[in-house]
Ligand binder design. Structure first.
Ligand code: ADP
Ligand code: MG
Length: 251
């Protein structure tokens, strides 16, 4: 499976913003690693470097022991399931079409255009809908007729269509009620522990991180300020992550 490594990684956006600096982190296969930290800490940027949406301006990102250059990215991308903050669904298409589109790279084009999906793929789509707590009769429904929480769960199901070796989840439960949020975190945990996937997931909810993460990485100002098991993140650690610096308070 696919360990993810960051070696001295820095990311500076073209406008000069330093989003990340000196990131050293290895996430082994089979681990649910949760990124915590205030808005602007660099969580989304860190995830974006694993699927090539952002390129490090210092250091290296390593997947499966290989530096993630263009060629490695082409090979790795199909094995990544990405759950975006904005769901990234096609709103006017059906739930089924959106789910199958997550697996379209493995289908011949005529299949994608015909709308007649292979039976095993439909079966998997139904199973995944069930796992994210949606009824199978939603398959035929248009995405823009679903609630925000339902759409988010469709996006999560889509990321799992190809049984990804790497799951990148950027605040995947932001618009879900606590019950469904816990179901999704449990699903991410099972993907790691039972299927050996490498799961990197940013969250705003500290309680969910505590209950479901194997490991918590705290980011602040583009640097890692905490790295350990949930039990090691005490209230002092939490406040050092989220409390403002005196200088920020004065500003
Ligand atoms: N495309 C971009 N161009 C310039 N700056 C960006 C861009 N994306 C994010 N940033 C900046 O990089 C820093 C980290 O942002 P981000 O990774 O989105 O943090 P988080 O996901 O933890 O809220 C912030 O200062 C943000 O404003
Ligand atoms: Mg973000």
């Amino acid at each position: 499976m696919s360990a993810i490594g960051f070696e001295g990684v820095g990311l500076r956006y073209p406008d000069g913003t330093r989003a990340l600096e000196g990131i050293d982190l290895t996430v082994p296969a089979g681990q649910l690693c949760v990124l915590l930290g205030p808005s602007g800490a660099g969580k989304s940027s860190l995830l974006a470097m694993v699927n090539g949406l952002a390129r490090p301006t210092a250091g290296n990102v390593i997947v499966d022991g290989r530096r993630l250059d263009r060629r490695a990215l082409r090979e790795v991308r199909p094995r990544i399931g990405m759950i975006h903050q904005q769901f990234g669904l096609a709103p006017r298409a059906s739930v089924a079409t959106n789910l199958i589109a997550g697996a379209a790279a493995t289908l011949p084009l005529w299949r994608v255009l015909s709308g007649r999906w292979p039976g095993p793929m439909m079966a998997r789509a139904r199973l995944l809908l069930d796992q994210v707590g949606l009824a199978p009769d939603l398959l035929a429904r248009r995405v823009d007729q679903l609630s925000g929480g339902q759409q988010q769960r469709v996006a999560i199901a889509r990321a799992f269509m190809l049984d990804p070796a790497i799951v990148l989840a950027d605040e995947p439960v932001a618009s879900l009620d606590p019950h469904h949020a816990r179901e999704i975190l449990a699903l991410l945990g099972r993907q790691a522990r039972e299927r050996g996937a490498t799961v990197l997931c940013s969250l705003h909810q500290i309680d969910l991180a505590r209950d479901f993460a194997d490991r918590i990485v705290g980011l602040r100002g583009g640097r890692i300020v905490f790295d350990g098991p949930p039990a090691a993140l005490d209230s002092k650690g939490v406040s050092s992550l989220y409390q403002r610096f005196p200088a920020e308070r004065a500003a």
